[in-house]
Design a protein around this ligand. Structure first.
Ligand code: AMP
Ligand code: MG
Length: 363
């Protein structure tokens, strides 16, 4: 689900084990956009497991008491990972037999019956298309494919190619029928990509599974889509550090969270360069072109990871103007790092710093 690099990484893994080890080391350095800075409390332990999923590194940390037993905690964490793998199998556009791939193959001109789960997430995503003034749009897939081809070939698409893909983009091309739980597309070539929301959804689902097993404190981090469950200890919330968008060796932002999601999208993990210009993996569905480098990153906190994931992607397309939308959204806060000709500055929604006890901003 991490379109810019997942297919290649997956292929490399299949090819050879030595490469896998190297990729894992590289990924653990590069792919995590946020690091958890917590320490185990007195007498307590932290169980931690990292795995490759959805084309990125997924990490789960659970503080626990010795009396709980290592094996039992490990089994609970494993259940959360299987839920993440299940979500990936349903939503990934890179899996030919996923439900979303099936929709993309069959839904033109005929209603296709889909699961409640997929219907619910698509319905929500279409609602956010309206809430974000078109900046977040799951029908962006024809454009994602066009720009992936441009990235691979190094050739800038012609204007008419962009316009043709734009023709197939837009939530007006999708018909959802709640009564029959069906979906259909109005035009040939319309396709959906839930890559900007599925990692957040997987994080929320993993947290739900951990909660069901009685866990009250945990962090799930799906390549930057994070949820902090409870506090890390009786007195302390979780401390989260966000990677500097231009220097992966250091953190530029540190803040504290409990029972909250945080997600960062940016132009620095999956960008590409065409005709000397740097482009993000996020596309502005209103123009058909990838977002340039003027929003280096957008960090969003929300009550759940789906909401944080959606707004983080939308803010990269909207820029600082998008902060007005955040002010109106209930329980959502955000910080954007704006790049003005190489000079970075941050802009945040009104209560971001005091609400999350921001202890460091260093750009
Ligand atoms: P994220 O990393 O969460 O910001 O999601 C980015 C991914 O979502 C991209 O790799 C595309 O697959 C897809 N995408 C790109 N632009 C948009 C957009 N404007 N709205 C929704 N999804 C998008
Ligand atoms: Mg997103």
């Amino acid at each position: 689900m991490n379109p810019a690099h997942s297919p290649k990484i997956k292929a490399d893994i299949r090819m050879c084990g030595v490469k896998l080890a190297r990729i894992l080391v590289l990924l653990s350095i590069a792919a995590l956009m946020a690091l958890v800075l917590s320490r185990a409390g007195k007498g307590g332990r932290i169980a931690e497991k990292t795995s490759l999923s959805m084309g990125t590194i997924v990490q789960i940390k659970v503080p626990y008491d010795r009396s709980e037993g290592d094996r039992r905690i490990e089994a609970k964490i494993e259940q959360a990972f299987s839920e993440i793998r299940r979500v990936e199998n349903v939503f990934s556009v890179y899996r030919a037999n996923s439900e979303v791939s099936r929709i993309n193959r069959l839904a033109y001109g005929q209603p296709i019956r889909i699961s409640d789960e997929v219907f619910g997430l698509i319905e929500m995503a279409l609602e956010y298309n309206r809430k974000t003034d078109g900046a977040f749009d799951i029908t962006v897939k024809p454009l994602v494919d066009l720009w992936a081809e441009a990235k691979a070939s190094g050739r800038m698409p012609k204007e008419e190619e962009v316009n043709a893909a734009l023709e197939m983009t837009g939530s007006q091309n999708v018909i959802l029928d709640k009564a029959s739980k069906t979906i259909s597309f109005k035009k040939r070539g319309v396709a959906i990509d839930l890559g900007a929301v599925a990692k957040g959804y997987a994080t929320d689902r993993a947290i739900a599974v951990l909660k069901q097993s009685g866990i009250k404190s945990a962090i799930v981090n799906s390549g930057g889509d994070m949820y902090c469950l409870g506090m890390r200890s009786k007195k302390e919330p979780w401390t989260i550090g966000i990677q500097h968008p231009r220097d992966r060796r250091r953190l530029f932002l540190e803040l504290k969270l409990a029972d909250r999601a945080i997600d960062t999208s940016g132009d620095y993990e999956k960008f590409f360069v065409l005709d000397g210009k740097r482009y993000s993996h996020i596309i502005d569905p209103r123009t058909g072109y990838p977002v340039g480098d003027n929003v280096a990153s957008a960090t969003v906190t929300a009550a759940d990871s789906v909401t944080a994931d959606i707004y983080a992607t939308a803010l990269c397309a909207l820029g600082p103007k998008g902060l007005d939308m955040i002010k109106k959204a209930n329980g959502v806060d955000a910080m954007i790092v704006v790049n003005e000709g190489g000079v970075l500055r941050q802009e945040a929604s009104p209560h971001f710093e005091e609400r999350y006890n921001v202890s460091k901003i260093d750009l």
